[in-house]
Design a protein. Structure first.
Lengths: 289, 163
């Protein structure tokens, strides 16, 4: 590896200050499962790693009267072991479980996964369907935005130079919302998703769909909220024909690519089937609860 | 930089450049060559070690991040009483062929069985998804882990009865 310096930041303020002082030649180290590989192969002119993995403000899972605050440096294993996530957001646990393997989940963080910002990020869809927001912190203070707005393009986020992803916030209204996550890769373990997706919805007393959410990954330049599908489903009775029509709309909202893993056409087929399955599973959970 | 940490129960320290991975630190600075360099990108798992009770790819972790922590490598498993139940089971069943995946397989299995000695086959397979073997087809590795789990569960019972 090309030589660089290493500093472990002890606080968010220190991390922001270090990033401001060192500019573009500094890179921010979270779990390292992407960045360390990147540095081995293409270090560029990186001369400093700022390790933020132990910054207290970026750590921990905390439930308040408003919702759940998830520190960006929480590892996937920590999410999977969290009683709050197991009980109130099991689809997020399912998403975390499909990331890499045990060793990479013990290192890798949800914040790192978000900032790397690949279209197939397995942690994104199940968080996006919960109407989550992210908090960014930088020299000018903090700001918040919906998770979907944080993902700007392949490997491009809304972070401005000098900004860091502090935390993810899931509002109380989304806790316990019936939800499901699915991933399709070429193998079960350690495979990038060809398509992944999550749904969340409520059913009203008449059994009609309320506040449906659908997010799909690896089907567009960023993880995608399928807003037209959601609008179509609002207030509908969850019949097979409604779900089939929703799946067709979801396919039309996506822009999958041909690559060596799968053709765009194959991906469209999976999008249709997965949309049906995550909706049906969410409906089943809603009907049973 | 000076990195100080506990390795297999002993306090160790060595100077290394900041860009040194934990794997390189163990192998080239502490001369513990049990953890192997395979893919060097976190896919094959032959570099697996346990840091503060969690298995990690030591090729993806900087030595600097392991400072002050408790690291267990394959060298830490056997003691004066003999080999670890996992090592014994791998030998009994002939679970290794070329052997290069062995240290990582055993450390991943240890990480699982320490938490859950009665892990089911699907749980064992899930726990090994980050360890690749190109020889065995995994069958005997999984059988060996099941056997070791039974021994470890029995040991646990004996220990708690003694106490």
């Amino acid at each position: 590896m090309r030589p660089f310096d290493y500093i472990a930041a002890a606080s968010a303020d220190e991390a922001v200050a270090l990033l401001a002082e060192n500019g573009e030649k500094a890179r921010v180290l979270a779990g390292g499962t992407d960045l360390v590989v990147d540095l081995k192969h293409n270090a560029g002119d990186t001369n400093l790693l700022i390790d933020v993995s132990e910054v207290p403000e970026f750590r921990g899972i905390e439930e308040t009267s408003e919702g759940v605050r998830l520190g960006s440096m929480t590892t996937f294993s920590e999410i999977m072991a969290s009683p709050i996530f197991q009980k109130k957001m099991p689809a997020v646990v399912d998403g975390a479980h499909t990331v890499g393997a045990v060793q990479t989940r013990n290192l890798g963080t949800i914040g790192g996964n978000f900032v790397t910002c690949v279209p197939s990020a397995d942690s994104a869809p199940s968080i996006m369907v919960l109407d989550a927001t992210v908090t960014l912190t930088g020299p000018a203070g903090s700001r918040e935005m919906p998770v979907a707005d944080f993902f700007v393009g392949p490997r491009k986020t809304a972070l401005q130079p000098g900004e860091l992803l502090e935390s993810i916030f899931i509002p109380k209204a989304s806790l316990g919302k019936p939800s499901a996550f699915l991933k399709h890769g070429l193998r079960k373990g350690q495979a990038l998703a060809l398509v992944n997706g999550a749904a969340a919805l409520w059913l009203d007393k008449a059994g009609n769909i309320v506040e449906p959410r659908l997010a799909l990954g690896a089907v567009a330049p960023t993880p995608l909220r399928a807003v037209e599908t959601e609008a179509f489903l609002e207030g509908k009775s969850p019949t097979d024909s409604v779900i089939d029509e929703a799946a067709e709309i979801a396919v039309s909202e996506c822009r999958p690519i041909d690559d060596f893993r799968a053709s765009a056409n194959y991906r469209r087929g999976i999008i249709k089937v997965f949309t049906q399955r995550v909706l049906k599973e969410s409906i089943r959970i809603a009907q049973e609860s | 930089m000076l990195v100080e940490l506990t390795v297999n129960g002993e306090w160790k320290s060595a100077e290394c450049p900041p860009e040194t991975t934990l794997l390189k630190f163990l192998r080239e600075h502490l001369m513990l060559t049990g953890a192997k360099l395979g893919c060097d990108v976190g896919d094959c798992g032959t570099c697996t070690v346990i840091v503060d009770g969690e298995s990690v790819n030591s090729c993806l972790m900087l030595a600097a991040r392991a400072a002050g922590r408790d690291v267990t490598t394959i060298e830490g498993l056997a003691d004066s009483q003999g080999v670890h139940p996992l090592q014994q089971a791998f030998e009994n069943l002939g679970a290794l062929q070329c052997g290069i995946c062995g240290p990582g397989m055993i450390m991943s299995a240890k990480n699982l069985l320490d938490q859950n000695p009665e892990a089911s086959r699907p749980e064992i397979r899930d726990a090994l998804s980050g360890n690749l073997c190109r020889c065995t087809g995994y069958t005997k590795i999984i059988e060996a882990i099941e056997e070791a789990g039974q021994v470890m569960a029995a040991d646990k019972t004996t220990q708690s009865n003694t106490i």
